[in-house]
Design a protein around this ligand. Structure first.
Ligand SMILES: [Fe+2]
Length: 419
């Protein structure tokens, strides 16, 4: 018999091992190649807003091939086989991006405020599983959101997103410096990793996807001498938010949030009239807030940094005049909460500034002893913010899901509300 002696048994084992290895290696290599070519995030939807967050939602996903069409089926009732509503969108590519991916996006409009909506997205023939989101309220219903900045695709970012999602926010704001790809195509891997973390963790305890509101930071842009879209190809190409780097919406019935560009594509000075117009528009709301990348009141970098000075020169007088309630600042990679400030002085009736962009990037040790600081730390965090018609409660959440700081801002008398 061929396989009766120990030596022959050994030969048989070796042959079987070699055959198995021959089968396994190509299979593994094939799988590696597939994973490399198509990141796991392809096909998975994420959410932004181009218009009113109470009545619209923009759904986007990436694919290797161009779909015949981009179709979302949706309803306010979970019944994936018979949704009543249908919307069509479009596909585009980022010119010059070597992987040639398609970004497929559809905006849903005319939605019911403050309601869960269920959807599937696809090419008109095949559709995804059912997903869910919630529109923002348009009345005085209390609302929770999360805000931070400077994420990077780190384990730390992932831990923070997991803990944020467990707090069930209605949306999440990132104040610039997302994947640190610097608008460079060869760094697309950073975006793939960032999206992987986002898709894996950014689902609330009741299964909702969390819409993103994204401000621009210095790490969104390259050094090209080109159009805004060429200088920040991923910021515009991946995230439909109306096509500008500064805008504002009413987020819920109680708060206006103004998103600004600290001179990454648009100089401070060019946004002054826009800022004033929006602050006027939000005078009758309980709260007016702003988010931007480079802080007026830095916790690590110099107080005299060029863009911090520009912010205080061009925007701070309007923040003071219109009594902005909270400025959400970033870029310095620390935790900070300032004293209440007005006219560049401590004033109990002034604006609160919190930051400072420490939501995944390696944290820095804040500078001590600055006159405007109430509290600083090195702790990575997002702020969890609860907004009612009388108060904003801000709580700093760490990567273990613990709150380590809290502050309450009451709506000011100017609004004719709670003093
Ligand atoms: Fe930055």
């Amino acid at each position: 018999m061929f396989f009766t002696s120990p030596a022959r048994n050994n030969v048989r084992i070796l042959v079987l091992f070699a055959v198995a290895l021959g089968l396994i290696i190509p299979f593994t290599a094939c799988n590696r190649r597939r994973v490399h070519d198509a990141p796991p995030s392809y096909g998975r939807p994420y959410l932004t807003w181009q218009n009113d967050p109470a009545t619209t939602m923009t759904i986007t996903y990436h694919s290797e091939e161009k779909p015949d069409s981009v179709v979302a089926l949706y309803d306010i009732v979970s019944d994936p086989e018979s949704y009543h509503f249908r919307a069509e969108g479009e596909s585009w590519q980022i010119p010059g991006l070597p992987d040639g991916r398609y970004i497929n996006s559809v905006e849903l409009t005319g939605l019911a405020p403050g309601k869960d909506h269920y959807f599937r997205i696809g090419d008109g023939e095949e559709f995804s599983q059912e997903y869910k989101f919630r529109t923002l309220p348009d009345d005085n219903t209390p609302m929770r959101f999360a805000i931070g900045g400077d994420t990077l695709a780190t384990r730390l970012f992932r831990d923070l997103i997991r803990e944020v999602a467990a707090k069930d926010p209605l949306f999440l704001v990132i104040g610039g410096d997302l994947s640190y790809a610097d608008g460079r195509f060869e760094r697309i891997g950073r975006w793939n990793a960032w999206f992987d973390h986002w898709h894996e963790e950014a689902v609330t305890s009741d299964g909702r996807l969390i819409p993103l509101v994204l401000a621009i930071g210095n790490h969104e842009t390259n050094d090209l001498d080109g159009t805004h879209e060429e200088r920040a190809p991923f910021f515009f190409g991946f995230f439909p938010q109306g096509g500008k780097t500064y805008w504002a919406h009413q987020y819920g019935g109680n708060m206006g949030l103004i998103v600004l560009d600290t001179n990454h594509l648009v100089p401070h000075k060019e946004q002054v009239s826009f800022l004033e117009e929006k602050l006027q528009a939000y005078q009758d709301l309980p709260f007016a807030t702003a988010v931007y990348h480079v802080p007026f009141y830095p916790s690590f970098r110099s107080f005299d940094c060029e863009y911090s000075v520009a912010g205080r020169e061009h925007w701070l007088p309007l923040f003071d005049a219109y009594e902005v309630d909270v400025g959400f600042e970033n870029h310095d990679h620390t935790f900070k909460r300032t004293k209440r400030l007005r006219n560049n002085e401590v004033d109990p009736e002034g604006t609160l500034y919190v930051g400072d962009g420490n939501a995944g990037v390696p944290p820095r040790r804040p500078k001590c002893g600055r006159w405007y600081m109430e509290k600083t730390a090195q702790t990575p965090h997002f702020w969890i913010v609860d907004v009612s018609d009388s108060e904003m409660e801000l709580q700093a959440l760490d990567r273990r899901g613990r709150y380590f700081d809290a502050v309450t801002v009451r709506s000011r008398a100017k609004h004719g509300d709670t003093p």
